[in-house]
Structures are given as structure tokens and as C-alpha cells.
Design a protein around this ligand. Structure first.
Ligand code: FES
Ligand code: FE
Length: 454
């Protein structure tokens, strides 16, 4: 079938199964989606000091995300201006300069070219090759929110804050529990033989899989109460470029509810000082605690509160992750542990354990999930999948109406649209955005050859 039909099907929640493993679709994603969208590459706390850097990818493109001596964060395309070698091959570190391993051109950590071996003999010195003004190619657009660093390959990308839109309201629950924001550990990085969209959709709104896929995690008593109970009363919300799921908390005040999931009082005080009235009301008045979420296209967040060690107490953890496409049937997962920088050290240590138990390469949830996604992906690559439209219409009636009405402002204080109970609203939002991107013809690529002689 033609692409127009494919996109129309996707928008009504009927998903051509092959989009989860298809070379041609992947080519379009590369050209029209990852060439344009804001992609998360790291957090400022990973590179706190001048000279600190991490190397991160946006699909095939490697960037050195580095903090210069001037304190500014930059994303520099990791390709030498001479013959194209990767300039930095370490994954993270601290350096005043990067020297290309091939012929030894060297660059400052702000990207400026400063050294060429045999400059005079090979190029006739500055007369033949002027170093001034030559820099590693910067990412076309760079933006930060609460220290989260995003890049876009589109020089005309809308400002990051506009792109995030009202999802920023929800991002604060994970990344701004105090004035100091978060600090990260990791990332753990590994590859799974699964399409990148599946994880993004799952984290955006799949409350439905939890009681089934993760039965064993519930059965061993990792949670304070049977998760299925809390799940069906939770809601899913979508706002701006992202959406997620919530838990319905037992009745109580804001403080009681945050204590119930394991936050110490000192942390609760800082949340009260840093969140808006509406942000506090979502928890305190409405009783919804923010759980998993995804930002289009491939950033996901988790907030969960399992039991830790052998105690009866639960403790929250936060994780960020990206679903970094490698090919139509392979994804590199980068998973970070995140914690409020002002949290007590003991809390940080236990919260990290809680994270490792649930997510990351050894996490119990992670392994349950990935088993499904790998199997789904390999099946989607066959011939029969081309004949199958998957049903992603949960929460929708045949006539297009909703099974339940959206929550009113009296029931839910957050921006966007929220529905209580099970529903694939967010999966449809995510894939509709995906269709919008793939439908738009690519912008012409302008060549920026910094080393061109005038
Ligand atoms: Fe980098 Fe030649 S390719 S110095
Ligand atoms: Fe899961």
C-alpha cells in the first residue's frame, strides 16, 4: 500500500505491522524524522567542569558534547575537517584538546582548529591554510531544559522550549525536584534486536502490559500493593511533545502522598518550593503520581517506587533513557539513573539500587519488556506482517468517540488531555507525530564547509 494510506491507517490506530521492521520506513525515519526532531543527548551534570565531554549519537552522527573553558556546552560533529576521521574515540572524559588519530590535527574543546602537523611544509603556513575560523562542525541546533541537552540536525528547528510545549510541566517532576536539579549516573548502554518505536510507545502509555508482562515482579512482592489495582485508576496524559502514565495514590494530603511512595520530608519540602501550584495539585489534590513517559521521538522517563533491600519500605527512583536507532530491527538503549542533586547521600545510594533492580541491563522490568519487543520486531520483518493491521485503538469506540471522557480541570490540574484507565491514547499520539514527520518532504541540506578558502 502507498504511504498516504499507511499514514491514514496509523492515525486511526490501525498500524501496518511492518513499520516495526522495514528498511524503507527506516530510510524515511532517517531522512525526515531524525534529521529534524530534537533528540536528547545528555545532561549538563554529566559534564560539570570545563573540558568535560561525553560522546553521543543522533542516529549515525557522532557528537562530542563538551563544556568549553568558557563554561558553554557545545555539540561538535565528531569528524575531522581534514579527511574525516573521528576526532574523539573515547566515550567520556576531560580534555583541553582533541587530536585526530589519523594525521594529528588538533582542536580545542570548543571545536576551534589550533594545530596542523607540518603546517608550513605541507600547506605553506597561514598563507596556504588559515587556521583561524576553522572549527569542528557544530550541531545545527542545540537547546537545554532543566540541564537536559538536546540537539537537532535542523538549523531551523523551533526553540526546544516551544517543541516540548506543555510537556515541560511534566518533565519538571523528574528533573526539578529541587533548585539544583538532577545528577545522573551512567549511562548503561546496550543493544537490543528491537525497533526503536516500540520502547517509546511502551513508556508513553502502555499501562496495559504491566499486570501481564510483569506478573512475576508483582508476585515476588517488589511493590507495596498489587500494581494492577493502581494502574486501572491511574490516568494517561498527553501534552506538547510528550505523554505518560500516572498512578492513583490513596487519599491523603500532598505530604502524605509523597511520603507514601517513599520520599523523605526534606525532599518533599524542596518539591513544594520548586513546583508550581498546578504541579503540586496534580499530586496533592488530584492524587496522581507521574510514572513513565516518552518525549517524541525517542526519550523516555521512568519514576517508580519498589521495595528496597529486604525492608517493607518503598523508595522512588528516576531513570532517563533513549531508544537510539541502529537499524530497522536494532536499537541501542542508553539508560541513566537520575536523582535530585540535593537528596541525602543515603537516599541516593538506595534509590540507585532500586533503579538497578528494575531497569538497566540487569533490571527485572527491562528483561520482561525486551523479550516481547525482540519477538515482535523479528515477526514484523516477515511477509505476513505486510498484510496485517495491528489494533492500537484501546480507549476508542468504533465510531471514533472515546470510551471515557477526558478528565476535567476539576479532576486533573495538569495541561494537555488526560484519560483515566487503560487506553492507547499516547501510542496513537506518538505515531501520529511520527506520521506527520514522515509525510513532510525533507528540507534541502545546505553544505557548511567551514574550511572552504574564500
Ligand atoms: Fe584528521 Fe587527517 S583526518 S588529521
Ligand atoms: Fe514494562
Amino acid at each position: 500500500p502507498d504511504l498516504a494510506t499507511l499514514f491514514a491507517d496509523v492515525r486511526r490506530g490501525m498500524i501496518p505491522a511492518h513499520i516495526y521492521n522495514d528498511e524503507e520506513i527506516f530510510r524515511l525515519e532517517r531522512e525526515r524524522l531524525f534529521n529534524r526532531a530534537w533528540v536528547f543527548v545528555g545532561h549538563e551534570s554529566e559534564i560539570p567542569h570545563p573540558g568535560d565531554y561525553v560522546v553521543r549519537r543522533v542516529l549515525d552522527d557522532s557528537f562530542i558534547v563538551s563544556r568549553g573553558e568558557d563554561g558553554q556546552v557545545r555539540a561538535l560533529f565528531n569528524m575531522c575537517l581534514h579527511r574525516g576521521m573521528q576526532v574523539c574515540r573515547a566515550e567520556m572524559g576531560n580534555a583541553t584538546h582533541f587530536r585526530c588519530p589519523y594525521h594529528g590535527w588538533s582542536y580545542r574543546n570548543d571545536g576551534r582548529l589550533v594545530g596542523l602537523p607540518f603546517h608550513r611544509d605541507a600547506y605553506g603556513g597561514e598563507a596556504g591554510f588559515r587556521r583561524k575560523g576553522q572549527t569542528l562542525l557544530p550541531a545545527p541546533s542545540l537547546g537545554t531544559y532543566n540541564g537536559l541537552v538536546f540537539v537537532s540536525l535542523d538549523p531551523e528547528a523551533p526553540p526546544l522550549r516551544d517543541y516540548l510545549g506543555d510537556f515541560a510541566f511534566y518533565l519538571d517532576y523528574y528533573t526539578r525536584q529541587s533548585e539544583s536539579g538532577i545528577e545522573l549516573r551512567g549511562p548503561q548502554r546496550w543493544r537490543i534486536k528491537a525497533n526503536w518505536k516500540i520502547g517509546a510507545e511502551n513508556f508513553a502509555g502502555d499501562m496495559y502490559h504491566t499486570p501481564h508482562t510483569h506478573t512475576s515482579v508483582v508476585e515476588i512482592g517488589l511493590f507495596r500493593e498489587p500494581k494492577a489495582e493502581k494502574r486501572k485508576d491511574g490516568c494517561t496524559y498527553w501534552a506538547g511533545s510528550g505523554g505518560g502514565t500516572t498512578y492513583k495514590l490513596p487519599p491523603g494530603t500532598l505530604e502524605e502522598r509523597l511520603r507514601y511512595v517513599g520520599y523523605p520530608d526534606a525532599m518533599i519540602e524542596r518539591m513544594k518550593a520548586n513546583w508550581s501550584r498546578e504541579q503540586l495539585d496534580v499530586v496533592g489534590r488530584d492524587g496522581f503520581l507521574i510514572s513513565a513517559a516518552s518525549v517524541f521521538p525517542n526519550l523516555s522517563l521512568v519514576h517508580n517506587w519498589p521495595r528496597v533491600e529486604d525492608s517493607d519500605d518503598v523508595l522512588p527512583f528516576i531513570s532517563l533513557r533513549t531508544w537510539q536507532p541502529v537499524g530497522p530491527d536494532e536499537t541501542e538503549v542508553l539508560s541513566w539513573f537520575a536523582v535530585d542533586a540535593e537528596a541525602p547521600e543515603e537516599y541516593k545510594a538506595l534509590s540507585y539500587k532500586a533503579y538497578l533492580m528494575c531497569f538497566g541491563s540487569t533490571g527485572m522490568f527491562e528483561q520482561d519488556d525486551v523479550e516481547n519487543w525482540v519477538s515482535l520486531t523479528s515477526t514484523a520483518g516477515g511477509s505476513m506482517a505486510r498484510r496485517l493491521l495491528l489494533n492500537s485503538r484501546m480507549g476508542l469506540l468504533e465510531d471514533g468517540g472515546n470510551v471515557v471522557p477526558p478528565l476535567t480541570a476539576e479532576q486533573f490540574s495538569g495541561p494537555g488531555e488526560a484519560y483515566v484507565g487503560y487506553g492507547e491514547y499516547n501510542q496513537r499520539h506518538l505515531l501520529s507525530r511520527w506520521a506527520d514527520c514522515l509525510e513532510r518532504p525533507p528540507a534541502p541540506v545546505r553544505q557548511v564547509q567551514v574550511s572552504r578558502p574564500d
